[in-house]
Design a protein around this ligand. Structure first.
Ligand SMILES: Cc1ncc(COP(=O)(O)O)c(C=O)c1O
Length: 470
């Protein structure tokens, strides 16, 4: 079809790939507009002098990528990409990325498990019972009903020490961290010790809030306090319940050392309790805050238990700091949405929140077991950490593997995984993957790991892949 101006080189092979690439370029350049009908595969094949199978394959590839849509009876058309702003190459590139058949990326819980019915019932109850005045600007530190429910919940489940006035409702751990750092950095940037490696999601926000990150290594007992002592930091951020990403639980000895350090330097410990609800083999390990409420700020959220999109969380801080943070919200955004806060309070008070957690623990335990079993079978040389808790496993690949190449080769097989190198700051370490198991049902996990194992075989010692071409 000459008006499409598809140029292919019949001598160089990979014809379907060439046709797909040419069509992609035409769509991106706007030569083929959204809704435009493509020629029947037979006709285009004739024009290009190829077999029909080549064109069918190219069309199928572009349908999978979202560039084309194919409907019985109405042929193949260019997808309506108006959602992507003109020139929005990032959006188009993401459409071109290989399809993710097995998603083992971390950070997001099973969103299909959101208790829609219970949430709806809670909102209905709020709408029935709340007086009109309740819908005005709430307390910037959180509506009293939710603060009371959360305080009781944290005392009961995390053994936290929470007195009135210490708990502030925030928009997730992320906002809580920004607010705490902002409060601590009022006189200028503060040196903040962080676990190395730690969550890439917090890298930029910590620095934007006024922290200068100082990496401190993590070993099989958690953060190495001896190394922490060598930094000028007077604040440290840790994930004691389940270190992110290595999965280590901070040992009792290190807990004591960390608090002794905080007392010596007159410092603060920021306890990111991001996934503490999920402990499978025994009761949750109590929070660090309970041991020293005057030097620890506890931060948590419903991002793993309900949904990150709610942007609802809490922090528990010594009263003077909590008051500074409450004021910071009063002078910035006037607090979190009140209807969601009342609904969460209602969900906790009714027992539905606890029920949700029990169900999730059962679901995630089964997925964790399936993943650990599949790793033992398909990747027997890997060392798996972090099994007793959380919604991800830390998997050290056998020495000699190229972590980035494994991630790339897995993606080519439709398996999305994350490596650990991007989470490291100063410390090196063996090639490793963090595998999130929250979103993949048990029956699909074995196949995902079989494919991942194939990717490691292709990229293992002595099979390093060439650098990607320009
Ligand atoms: C270790 C860790 N801390 C904090 C966060 C941010 O959580 P939130 O959604 O509560 O802001 C994440 C998000 O994935 C995380 O992995």
């Amino acid at each position: 079809m000459s008006d499409l101006q598809l140029r292919i080189d019949r001598a160089s092979g990979g014809l379907a790939g060439q046709v797909a690439a040419e069509l992609r370029t035409a769509i991106r350049a706007g030569r083929l507009a959204g809704g435009a009908r493509l020629p029947a595969s037979r006709d285009l094949a004739r024009d290009l002098g190829t077999s029909r199978g080549v064109v069918v394959e190219a069309y199928e590839q572009l349908v999978a990528e979202g560039f084309l849509v194919s409907r019985q009876g109405s042929g193949t058309r260019v997808a309506d990409l108006q959602a992507a702003a003109p020139g929005d190459h990032a959006a188009l590139e993401s459409l071109a990325s290989p399809t993710v058949a097995y998603d083992l990326r971390v950070g997001t819980p099973d969103l299909s498990a959101f208790p829609r019915r219970a949430w709806l019932a809670a909102v209905r109850q709020v709408m029935k019972a709340a007086p009109h005045e309740a819908l005005g600007y709430g307390d910037p530190g959180g509506v009293p009903e939710l603060r009371a429910e959360l305080a009781a919940y944290l005392r009961r489940v995390r053994a936290a020490e929470v007195a009135a006035g210490q708990l502030v409702v925030v928009g997730g751990v992320a906002q809580g961290l920004s607010l705490v750092i902002g409060a601590l950095a009022q006189a200028g940037p503060i040196p903040l010790a962080v676990e190395d490696p730690h969550s890439v999601r917090t890298f930029a926000l910590l620095e934007a809030a006024g922290a200068v990150r100082m990496p401190v290594p993590v070993d099989d007992e958690g953060i190495v306090v001896e190394e922490l002592r060598r930094t000028p930091a007077r604040a440290v951020m840790v994930t004691p319940a389940h270190q992110y990403p290595t999965g280590v639980v901070l040992s009792p000895r290190r807990r004591a050392e960390l608090l002794a350090w905080a007392a010596e330097v007159d410092g603060m410990v920021l306890e990111d309790d991001y996934d503490a609800e999920f402990r499978y083999d025994r009761d949750p390990v109590g929070c660090l805050q309970a041991l020293c409420p005057q030097r620890v700020v506890l931060l948590g959220s419903v991002s793993k238990s309900l949904a990150p999109g709610l942007r609802l969380g809490w922090l528990v801080a010594p009263s003077p700091l909590a008051e500074v943070i409450r004021t910071a919200r009063a002078t910035s955004d006037l607090g979190s949405p009140v209807i969601d806060q009342y609904a969460l309070a209602q969900l906790i008070a009714s027992g539905a929140y606890d029920r949700q957690l029990r169900q999730l623990r059962r679901r995630y335990r089964a997925r964790r077991d399936a993943l650990a079993g599949a790793l033992a079978r398909w990747l027997p040389g890997a060392v798996v950490h972090g099994v007793p808790a959380g919604i991800q496993l830390y998997v050290e690949l056998p020495p000699g593997h190229d972590e980035a190449a494994v991630v790339e080769a897995a993606a080519e097989r439709g398996v999305a995984v994350e490596g650990v190198a991007p989470l490291r700051i100063a410390a090196g370490g063996p090639p490793a993957l963090v595998l999130g198991f929250a979103r993949l049902p048990e029956h699909r996990i074995a196949e995902a790991i079989r494919l991942l194992a194939g990717a490691t075989t292709m990229t293992g010692p002595g099979r390093r892949r060439p650098a990607p071409h320009a």
